[in-house]
Design a binder for this molecule. Structure first.
Ligand SMILES: Cc1ncc(COP(=O)(O)O)c(C=O)c1O
Length: 400
């Protein structure tokens, strides 16, 4: 379902085709939309019946990605007024949900006017703002309360948004207050609770333990506050393993076990929802950099290629060596400086020592004009990068 460190032959062909059309050394993002389609279909296929799958657009909001996903997802999550507007303009014909801390009153108003499926409320202040807006506009709003809870001895992943002090969600101690406030605002409808406590989750049993905890706390709140039917948004966070691409989060195994957990916890009649980003769109992307120079500096090899972290900040943001494949250019440039059976650091064109994509990597053979193809670049890549730094040209974008 997910790519490994061998490039599929059709990707090699796409890169070679694209390179032939260029006057300049190649620098491009390629997105395999067929692979994305079969991946999302596969994810959907194994989901338990009462679980919805939303796409968190922050992972990659580009139009072809959204359009490919739209038939297979239950909706899209926006995390800013900008994303909400973008998703709305795409006319994807799917429900939109709106989350994120520090929403401005104008963004909340925009969400109410667009009649989004739900606003994820991050604080009491936000609840008061929404209440005042519903009264001003004479329009109702559906909300989920985003909660941050104590998760006891469940281990956090490397990127935690909750289960410890963070700016995200309401503390459980504020729930009484939130429920009381809701009585003052009859135009607000509490549709459920939202949790997104961690990203980069690779461990099924830890994630299931988290789901179980969510089920139990929400059942407790439903009883305590005599609430009507509720949906639980279980967040996203299923991880991509950049160090060992054969060990991504095992989605099928997770869904299988989730079904048992749902039965055990008697949650079959609840509506549950995921809002995944990285796990959906990372595997379909490739970032290709053509090698411009190879040099030795104080005893180490450096491969300098066209592009860098200003296009592809993921390795710097995650502080990891990003997986890649070297694709040899059959049309050799005139100037050559091959290295092989050695190690090298792969860098971009920026004049900062932080512009490193992979450090001290074992290299079988590489030469000027070859392509370094970074895999798993379909999520949190181009759109999280400092694109204007040094005014280099943007990469090409090729969707196929
Ligand atoms: C509230 C919320 N939901 C969903 C996501 C998507 O997470 P991921 O891409 O790890 O699935 C994020 C990511 O930061 C988030 O903050």
């Amino acid at each position: 379902m997910i790519n490994s460190l061998q490039l599929p032959s059709h990707i090699e062909q796409e890169i070679e085709q694209l390179a032939k059309q260029q006057q300049q050394p190649l620098c491009a993002y390629l997105y395999d939309l067929n692979a994305l389609e079969s991946h999302i279909k596969g994810m959907r296929h194994v989901l338990p019946k009462n679980v919805e799958l939303f796409y968190a657009a922050k992972a990659n909001p580009s139009e072809p990605i959204l359009r490919t996903l739209a038939p297979y997802v239950d909706g899209f999550e926006a995390a800013s007024g900008g994303e909400l507007n973008h998703l709305h303009q795409q006319r994807l014909n799917k429900p939109l949900i709106f989350g994120g801390p520090g929403k401005m009153p104008s963004e909340l108003e925009q969400a109410i006017e667009l009649d989004v499926d739900a606003i994820h409320v991050e604080s009491i202040t936000e609840l008061q703002r929404i209440g005042a807006l519903t009264q001003k506009l004479g329009q109702s709003a559906s909300i989920f309360l985003r909660m941050n809870i104590d998760i006891g001895d469940i281990t956090l992943s490397k990127l935690a948004m909750g289960g410890k002090p963070t700016p995200f969600g309401l503390d459980e101690a504020e729930l009484d207050n939130a429920i009381m406030l809701l009585r003052d605002y009859p135009l607000i409808q509490l549709k459920g609770f939202h949790f997104h406590l961690m990203s980069h989750q690779l461990d099924v049993s830890r994630h299931l333990a988290l789901m179980e905890r969510y089920f139990q706390v929400v059942k407790g709140w439903k009883q305590k506050y005599t609430l009507d039917e509720l949906t639980i948004n279980l967040g996203g966070g299923m991880g991509i393993n950049y160090q060992d691409p054969k060990q991504h989060f095992p989605w099928e195994e997770f869904c299988d076990k989730l079904e048992f957990l749902i039965a055990k916890e008697q949650m079959q009649n609840w509506l549950l929802r995921f809002e995944c980003g990285r796990y959906i769109s990372a595997p379909c992307g490739y970032y290709v950099m053509e090698v411009l120079d190879i040099k030795q500096n104080l005893g180490e090899n450096f491969v300098i290629a066209r592009g860098g972290t200003h296009h592809f900040r993921t390795p710097a943001a995650q502080n990891h060596d990003h997986p890649f494949v070297v694709l040899h250019n059959q049309q050799r440039p005139k100037i050559s400086n091959p290295i092989g059976h050695t190690t090298a650091t792969l860098v971009g064109q920026l004049c900062t020592p932080k512009d490193v994509l992979a450090r001290n990597q074992v290299i079988e053979r590489i030469d000027i004009g070859d392509y370094v193809v970074f895999t798993l670049t379909g999520a949190y890549a181009w759109n999280i990068s400092h694109q204007n730094f040094l005014m280099h040209e943007p990469p090409l974008f090729h969707y196929f």
